[in-house]
Design a protein around this ligand. Structure first.
Ligand SMILES: *[C@@H]1O[C@H](CO)[C@@H](O)[C@H](O)[C@H]1NC(C)=O
Length: 143
């Protein structure tokens, strides 16, 4: 799960990165959500701006995307089980190996991780080509 922060452009980048991270970790992505920003004061959610069905369909060969958490995970207190990840847990400039070391064990243990205030820039940094392609698929071909 990802709650992207910042303005629309930052959120767009965060979504690209979330796709790359989901792919890296072989994780299912829950449709991204946006954190409300007191700077931008825009209450829009992902579905207000992007075509959800198209997003899911375009990326279906790369990652699985679901609308919400499956029932078994929905009522977990994600913060209490240690699966909430903020900038304090993972550097904005974290590399793929950092996700494998820090995030993957939590994902395997709890079945879910929640990036809160996700604004990481994985997609900008040198990254294996197969991961770059995935995150660009949606935004370059569709939008
Ligand atoms: C993800 O799946 C691929 C292909 O099955 C595998 O090579 C890779 O090690 C997996 N990565 C993780 C983080 O489990």
């Amino acid at each position: 799960m990802v709650n992207a922060n910042g303005g629309l452009n930052q959120q767009r980048v965060a979504i690209c990165n979330a796709v790359a991270v989901a792919s890296l970790l072989n994780a299912t992505l829950v449709l991204p959500r946006f954190l409300y920003s007191n700077v931008w004061k825009d209450p829009s959610q992902f579905g207000d701006i992007y075509q959800e069905e198209c997003f899911v369909k375009t990326l279906e060969d790369d990652i699985e995307i679901v609308k919400e958490l499956p029932p078994a995970l929905r009522f977990l207190n994600i913060e209490a089980i240690g699966s909430q990840i903020t900038d304090a847990d993972l550097d904005k400039e974290a590399k793929p190996v950092d996700y494998i070391r820090t995030v993957l064990p939590l994902l395997l243990k709890n079945g879910v991780v929640h990036f809160l205030g996700f604004g990481n820039r994985l997609g900008f940094d040198p990254l294996p080509f197969h991961l770059q392609v995935k995150e660009e698929t949606y935004f370059t071909e569709v939008l």
